[in-house]
Design a binder for this molecule. Structure first.
Ligand SMILES: [Ca+2]
Ligand SMILES: [Ca+2]
Ligand SMILES: [Cu+2]
Length: 348
């Protein structure tokens, strides 16, 4: 039996649950999105390294604009709070054209010695068809979402479990990173996470109220434009888009602002706290300037659910159509799984 470094085999595992909020109660289909780790309260990794100098490497400048934020097609799940569609004003900002890759994350870890929450916990969630682990390291199925397995030794270096590695995945998005791990990376990189409004505006690529970053049609002459699920979820993936799990961060054509894979591939952490009522509360006659939802006295304490955007390689219309540009989801700040990553932003 392999016991990965950092894993305490005696430590009782708290259950994984299906997502930061319960979609099932809405009858909106089971959440394929991402399981929530029932991690014990741990000391947030105090940043022991100095903040990096501001960097705009790999980022594109997005001009300030007013745009319609939210679902204007009636596609969303009510419980997610994708509506009402409302006008938002964003100041100019910068955003990465792609998700942070394994190669980039490795550079960060080498420079700082950062240990991710999944590594400290010794376990993270892997999609059942992807698992590369000895049977003894497959610990449990997530409650309500049995296609998620808690795998001992799954972490960013071993995205499918201890018998996997990232040798051939250098340009794939890093996964098994929590919101707090993403914060640590941003601090080192001289960047920050995008706000939810910045993320959506950038993902829209200059299109007004479209369903996807490229328009309203999911496929183009039968060709897939993003990495989601084809076939029967969660058992049989026909791989029409070429990828069961992650695709390279620059796979598929970029949107009008040069951003790759905003929808599909991996969920992307945003700065904001998640509130289903956020849009309803702030929508009004005037465009909302630079909104960001945060709890009062907010600290990275793991109790606040954080926004994730864009959906992942597991999204499929039959279960979870959150590969739309307006779709929202969330997870707790300490959660990690094989389909959650992030990209960085910056003030202009
Ligand atoms: Ca796929
Ligand atoms: Ca994405
Ligand atoms: Cu999904």
């Amino acid at each position: 039996m392999t016991t990965p470094k950092g894993a305490d085999p005696r430590r009782p595992l708290l259950p994984l649950a299906g997502g930061g909020h319960d979609h099932r109660s809405t009858g909106a289909g089971e959440s394929c999105c991402a399981p929530t780790a029932g991690r014990p309260e741990v000391e947030p990794s105090a940043a022991t390294f100095p903040a990096g100098e501001r960097s705009t490497r790999g980022q594109v400048r997005i001009p300030g604009a007013t745009f319609w934020m939210g679902d204007s097609h009636g596609d969303g799940y009510a419980a997610d709070g994708e509506g009402p569609v409302h006008q938002v004003r964003v100041s100019p900002y910068l955003i990465d054209t792609k998700a942070v890759t394994n190669a980039q994350f490795a550079t960060f870890v080498k420079a700082t010695g950062h240990v991710t929450e999944a590594e400290r916990d010794g376990v993270s969630a892997v999609f059942h068809l992807a698992v590369r682990a000895a049977p003894a390291d497959v610990l449990q199925r997530a409650a309500g979402v049995p296609w998620w397995l808690a795998v001992r030794g799954a972490d960013w270096r071993h995205p499918a479990g201890p018998l996997s590695d990232i040798t051939d995945l250098q340009n794939h998005p890093v996964v098994h990173v929590s919101w707090r791990d993403a914060q640590a990376y941003c601090r080192w990189a001289g960047k920050r996470l995008p706000t939810e409004a910045e993320w959506e505006h950038a993902a829209r690529g200059g299109l007004d109220r479209a369903r996807y970053p490229w328009g309203d049609e999911l496929t183009h002459h039968g060709r897939w434009r993003c990495n989601i699920w084809q076939g029967d979820f969660p058992r049989h993936n026909t791989l029409e888009d070429g990828h069961l799990t992650t695709a390279p961060a620059t796979a598929f054509h970029p949107n009008g602002y040069g951003l790759h894979n905003t929808v599909g591939n991996v969920w992307e952490w945003c700065q904001d706290a998640f509130r289903p009522t956020e849009y309803a509360d702030r929508a009004g006659a005037e465009p909302v300037p630079d909104p960001v939802a945060a709890e009062p006295g907010d600290t990275p304490d793991g109790l606040v659910s954080r926004v994730m955007r864009g959906g992942s390689y597991l999204c499929h219309d039959s279960y979870c159509n959150r590969y739309r540009v307006a779709a929202r989801s969330s997870n707790t700040a300490e959660s990690s799984s094989g389909n959650i990553g992030f990209r960085c932003a910056n003030d202009a």
